[in-house]
Write a protein that binds this ligand. Sequence first.
Ligand code: 2PF
Length: 681
Amino acid sequence: SGEEGAVFQSRLPFGKMTPNEEACFPDISRSGILGHRVFLNIRNNLLHMWVENPKLQLSFRSALKALPPPFDSEPNLVRRVHSFLERHGFINFGIFKRLVPIPAKKLGKVIVIGAGISGLAVAQQLQQFGMDVIVLEARDRVGGRIATFRKNSYIADLGAMVVTGVYGNPMTILSKQIGMDLVPIHQTCPLYGPDGKPVPKEKDDVIELEFNRLLESASYLSHRLDFNYAGDCPVSLGDALEWVISMQEMQAMNKRAQHMQDIIAAQKKIIEHRKRIKAVKQTIDALRTEHISMVKKRCPKGVESDTSYARQEYNIRHTQVKLEDTVKQFKELHDENKRMVSKLHELEQNKPSDVYLNTRDRLILDWHFANLEFANATRLNNLSLKHWDQDDDFEFIGHHTTVRNGYSCVPVALTENLDIRVNSAVKEIKYGPNGIEIVAENMKTSNSVMTYKADLAVCTLTLGVLKVAVAEEESQQKNTVKFDPPLPDWKRQAIRRLGFGNLNKVVLCFDRIFWDPNANLFGHVGSTTASRGEMFLFWSISSSPVLLALVAGMAANIVESVTDDVIIGRCMSVLKNIFGNTSVPQPKETVVTRWRSDPWARGSYSYVSVGSSGSDYDLLAAPVIPPPASGQRSSKDAEGLPRLFFAGEHTIRNYPATVHGAYLSGLREAGRIADYYLGYP
Ligand code: 2PF
């Protein structure tokens, strides 16, 4: 709450200028502590005003009026701070009531390729900065990977559905502007085993702990031991995890071997003991015989000489003492033997497990791996051990929520006042020192082609589409999108290196709820490691009886080559296994997604693949400056303006693979374009 909360919500440090702020305000940056304080007070105050009331434009005039003295005494500085915050998307973004009209005279022409959340964000921003904006979208709808299925009272998100954390999330501001019905997710997730029976809570907890320990071990291997390369090959997270598991298995085997050795040693000792007992027993028998015969032959006193008598008595006593000693020794040996036998027995009773995890436990562990494969949209073997979680420090805090009225309400709201041409598939992106030319095909009227000319273009094609375009360029094919001239090598390399994953959903709409209505989630443990991602998690977030099954990891791609009937059938058998045959009705409506086969997505979202790193996101974000026109190539010429800009989920290093990241990438590019093309107000 308050000013501090507003600054935190804006992802800025409360008491410090950011490097970007220092670069834009060199005078303040050099001015010492007092100047910094004044700047921060103005900046923080403006952020507070905006976050408190994001439904209304925060104009310079109203901001100046509301600033407490003495910070209103330098209108010029206030104006600069206001412009800075507006240009970089800290204030006046999203959908809000305008107080100052947008200037009628346009300051430049822009084509935005793609009407996903990033394209809509950049288009809204540039339009309010006074540029002439057209958005070209191949599908017949906006939103891209935000796609909501709506039929009768059923609502289900086929793409993004979770707002991940509220504090710092720009979606929180949008939710205040747009009718987003945000509902917190109850994180408890009961698991059902391959047999359909609930996994006991204690077992669930133990395996989850083990899963977290394995992740920690993998992280230790990477960051402490620098085990990131095997020879020349970078190591994947999956490799590292399986390696730690096999170490644990080896340890279990070693323990078992040690135990066997202990048993053999105990057995040997017992045999030795038995030999000694036998020998002692023989000695006892001999002594006893000797003693008896001596007693039998005993002469009474006075028959022979006193010395003889004394020797005789001495010998008898001596033999008797020896006999008693030996009997005592026998008893001791016997007792010890008893102890050793019981120790052996105990050893035999307490065999350590010869496996680290039994089959059942391993499958529960696999469920957690499937969950991780869902979050990363790919198999663990494809993820860079060193960099897969490079964005962890930027995770927002606060609860995760779903959008009960469907996430598509956000992109639809963002279309306000924009010129969006749907059914327009971009085929060619030509760029040169004087501007760009885009060729788009109308998807409704076959063969009709439109050419658009502008000063610059913002490309929000998904990384999957870019990968296909680059691959086709190399094989001289041309079906998707052609860049003319081809994208520079550094850009193509980054497109190839960074991963683009897959994740699919199955929507099942029923006439009644037959699952626990209080749980938002329940998990299903697969029956093999290979199938661990197949419908491993069910979501129930709608107020109507809708279940969403997730298909992640290896299963996500496999499922795309199977018919809907087969997939729905698999879902139904999993559900019947859990809830009983008679409890599960036939679904009324079903939808199966195939994001990899979708020509306008070619997958679900980006991940840091083996051999890639966070800096590839920066390369994907970097604008492209066209090569100088022929005959004009002089190295002395200042480098030309960039004409091709990039936004999208795959271009934002700190928040990749998310809706908020895609949105922020749009705000960022709008700021960058304004800096290049509009100068500073
Ligand atoms: C057009 C196309 O038609 C498009 O319209 C446009 O270009 C490009 O726009 C997570 F991932 P775009 C989730 F919960 O919309 C996390 F990392 O595709 C999560 F907690 C995480 F940490 C979580 N196009 C054209 N036009 C013209 N001509 C032409 N040739 C052409 N080709 C194409 O891209 P974008 O960059 O603008 O927006 C991307 C975002 O929507 C995605 O990042 C987002 O949807 C990813 N995603 C999720 N994000 C999220 O914040 N929450 C989620 O719930 C989450 N969910 C997501 C998803 C994506 C589920 C699926 C199935 C993540 C979990 C999951 O529930 C596909 C997908």
